[in-house]
Design a protein around this ligand. Structure first.
Ligand SMILES: Cc1cc2nc3c(=O)[nH]c(=O)nc-3n(C[C@H](O)[C@H](O)[C@H](O)COP(=O)(O)O)c2cc1C
Length: 189
């Protein structure tokens, strides 16, 4: 028997994305976003409320970075989703994390997060159904400690987190269930 759930939006996993921006004075802000996904090979779509300091910042600087948060920094990542740069002057300083300027875009790279995409603002979308920003990814970098011998990110040792919208948990898993474009092949014959 199937039971109806309270929430209709039951996508799992969702990402734990850290959106980092500068304000007009070069001050760093970071927010947590779960509603985001790749929408072209070099584009990322983020559903962001217009009221966030992050959105005000990226409309001024036309740039932002998106990092994948790891479990080692779960406290800071969650804090970035609770506090707002609109009302907390020292939001980023309180986190104790460090930022350096991206070489490619006018936005900060947060050193402690293992994987980062550096984005130019490509488009903002405001309709009755969508409040979103789309970034053109001009560079992606990863801390070498999360790379495997093949030079690719090894999720089993990265600690990169996933968000669970059912119980609001952050999870990590490196357990492999199959190989994409391969596990289904036997049903092709
Ligand atoms: C787990 C989690 C996921 C979130 N996802 C989003 C999201 O996808 N879009 C959004 O607009 N806000 C999201 N938020 C809320 C913002 O992170 C939060 O309002 C933050 O204070 C905004 O910071 P800012 O005003 O400094 O930019 C999320 C918060 C948490 C804790």
């Amino acid at each position: 028997m199937r039971k109806e759930l309270k929430s209709k939006a039951v996508v799992y996993p969702m990402p734990v994305l850290m959106i980092a921006t500068y304000d007009e004075n070069g001050k760093v802000d970071v927010m947590n976003a779960a509603w985001g996904m790749i929408c072209e090979p070099d584009k990322i779509f983020l559903s962001l409320s217009e009221s966030h300091k992050t959105v005000k910042n990226l409309k001024i600087t036309k740039a932002f970075t998106v990092s994948l948060a790891d479990a080692e920094h779960v406290k800071e990542a969650d804090f970035f989703g609770i506090a707002s740069g609109n009302t907390m002057e020292d939001k980023f300083e309180r986190s104790g994390l460090t930022a350096s300027k991206s070489e490619k875009v006018n936005a900060p790279v947060i050193e402690e997060f293992p994987v980062t995409m550096e984005c130019e603002l490509a488009e903002t979308v405001e309709t009755d159904n969508v409040h979103a920003v789309i970034g053109k990814i001009v560079r992606a970098t990863a801390d070498e400690k999360v790379l495997g011998e093949d030079g690719q990110v090894d999720v089993s040792k990265s600690g990169i987190m996933m968000f669970d919208p059912f119980r609001l948990g952050y999870y990590v898993t490196g357990e492999k269930a199959g190989t994409a474009w391969n596990s289904g092949k036997e049903l092709m014959d």
